[in-house]
Design a protein around this ligand. Sequence first.
Ligand code: C2E
Ligand code: CA
Ligand code: CA
Length: 857
Amino acid sequence: MLHFRPLLLVITCLFSFLPGIALASTPMINVVPESTYPIEAQFQVFQDINNEYSFESIADLPGDQWQTRSSSDANFGFQDSYFWLQTLIANNTDEVKNFVVDLNYVYLDEVVFKATRQDGSVIELTTGDTKPFRPRHIDHPGNLFNFQLAPREQLPITIRVQTEGSMILPLRVWEEKAFFENATTELQIHFFYYGLVFTITLLNLAVFFSLRERLYLYYALAIAGYLLFFATNRGYLHQLLIPDAPDLNSRLFLISMPMLALFSLLFARNFLRTASHSPRLDWAIKAMIAFESFNLAMAVFGDYDATSRLSAVGAILLFSVLFLAGPISWYNHRRAGIFFTIAWSPLTFGVFATSARASGYLPNNFWTEYAMQIGSGLEAVILSLALAERLYREREKKIQAQKDSLLKEKQRNMTQALLTESVSRDPVTQLSNRNRFEWLVNDTLKANPGKRYFLTVARISRLEEITRTLGLSTADHVLRVAASRLSEEQLATGAAITHTNGEGREECLYQLSRNSFGVFTDMDAFEQDPDKFYAALKRLTNPVTIEGISIDLAPHFGCALYPNHGNKPDQLIRNALIALKVSSHSKGMMGIFQKSMDIYDEKRLTLATRLREALDKDALQLHYQPKVDINTGAVVGMEGLARWIDPERGFVPPDEFIPLAEQSDLINRLTLWAFERALKDYEQLHSTGYDGSISINISARDLLVANLDQQFKAILDRYTVPSDKIYLELTETGAMEDKEAGIASLNALVQLGLKIAIDDFGTGYSSLSYLQSLPATEIKLDRSLIENICTSDSSAVIVKTSIDMIHALGYNLVAEGVEDEASVNKLMEYHCDCFQGFWCCKPLPLADVTQWLENRQ
Ligand code: C2E
Ligand code: CA
Ligand code: CA
């Protein structure tokens, strides 16, 4: 044998012994009619220590140099010299028979058979696993010598053997027929094994490709390693695939060992998850992996002998480590450890049995011959089962996890739905609220904008009275009864738009406020049977009886039409409410919205007229609020704010009449009036020693008046007030409407010497660069910013940054709406310049503010 059989080599060494050699005469193998095969041959053997004999010279070797052996006692250990065998086959039957002499150890490097018949003809065959596979007598990996014997013919056979491995010489004789019968069975066993292992390899590869889990790849490659090991080792690969390349066969055999070792280790490490529970074992496995990787590289490229030795050492280490790996993992409560222990044991036994056979400790029989194959086959099957079980369990786990997360998701959704449901429901009637109603209307209009609809609002007008007289719980009860009645009646008309709510109930009635409900109705459906609708309304006005008391609900109805009265839900609701309030209608009649009902518009019209009259009559007043220097407390300015008390309506707040004026031409008159009044009042204030400035508010609309500066100049000319004492306050947003014209107009005013202040800073959206384009000298921080500086950190930060920024741009800064001392202190801390506000002084009539100034001094 040219190469080592590392596994066998090492363990054979452990068991190695040299049996004593007994002397005997040339044995004859008699084949009689009843012979049973194989015949375990007796033969003579001679060890040619110096390799000096040839087939010619060996014939002359004295008889006492030969020893007699039987095939069951033919293990000579490691001997690399020539061994000569002699035997004599005698056909003692009356038939012509074909025989096979079988030197039944396939790993012998070179075997030469030679036989000379009585007629002088010679039969010769050279075989062995270092030789090209062919020519052979029989197409079989064994060392087989095939010949025919006539009845009573005898044939002396000489065999020369040379090998680098164990010199094991189990010589057997078969009748050809019996040999082939036996070989067929053997072949079946082998190919059952190869088929099994190959299938397992493919299966695991398939699992790997579908799951992309390396575990299965390692396993497939480890099993493929066994396959290669046995296919090369048993000679099948040589026979079937590479008959002319014995060296390649040896190389592949060499590669198969580190390959199966490396992937067995990778597999074990992954399968047992040794890193997580046994660091030392894991370390050992990793070291082995490194070792076997090196060994694999050597097997491919390295020196044959050296690699063989490495593999031999590797094999011992591999089996030791993996033999322990299973039990250690098992001990650490790894389920995989059980499988691994069970799977690895037969293979370990197999290796030992094979080695023991090779060293002569175990007899040469089916079990010892196939021990490793049986062991590795069992291992492959058991681990495949373990992998399948693991696959199954992981799949179950995944499915369970998916189920769990689905369930959780479902629960979350349900909770959320319940929550949304509950906040969108009226707690008393359980009806969906106004938001939901608006959605319904919106969705309906979106889906079918071309159709006609009307929106009805019903109000239980007497609800408050009922609450006062009968108590809250009775009122709730009344509400519930009313709601269910309304709902039923509306559904019965068949014209109401419905929606299926979260509980699967159809709803058409929505709660708009405690005592009012909304329904959205399809006009076409309504027109098919309007009487049905009106009859329903009528029935709704019937009193309800609660605890024996008959209660009149006095429901009122108002409606607005789509598209006539609006195309948005809130607009339709508002108009339906107006119709409900404004129209006087008897029981069961519905008020329908008309444009004329929009009293708000009417009111505004009359108000504008009255404002005009007030201006005509000079009935407005200007009140003054002081502007105080925050550091010195000195009053540095006075802001004039318009006040209007209408004889009929009483006090009308500026927020109401200023916008009204802005929408008509009245604003210009009002501004001019305020300007003139301010100048007049300033002269008076000045005469009492006041030397500060005076401000009036102007509107952005004023700036659109072409000759505003002329108008102002005309007034200025009539008074002695220096124009630089006068501030014009312009709101931030207002100025933006017409930028160019506005700026031009302001510049013209500045030309007159007037000063510009930006009012309500912080409420608009103007950019600073835009503000800078205005010729202003003062900026007033809006009340809404100041309001919360003591309670809200974000407000404080905004104010502080605004102040810093505005200062950086060179403006004077006034804080508006300061209502307490704390705010003043805070503003002082932020280096604000001036402030106004109720804390110091409310806007007062001239006389009062004069008095206030006096008191202050
Ligand atoms: P504005 O110019 O920002 O005036 C300040 C407003 O804040 C005044 O409201 C004033 O009474 C109020 N105020 C002052 N200090 C405090 C305070 O400490 N707390 C609170 N809560 N409020 C305070 P008013 O007088 O109702 O004026 C409202 C708005 O009407 C003015 O806001 C201004 O934009 C406009 N306005 C008033 N008079 C005129 C006018 O003659 N012409 C024009 N175009 N607009 C005017
Ligand atoms: Ca102002
Ligand atoms: Ca303001």
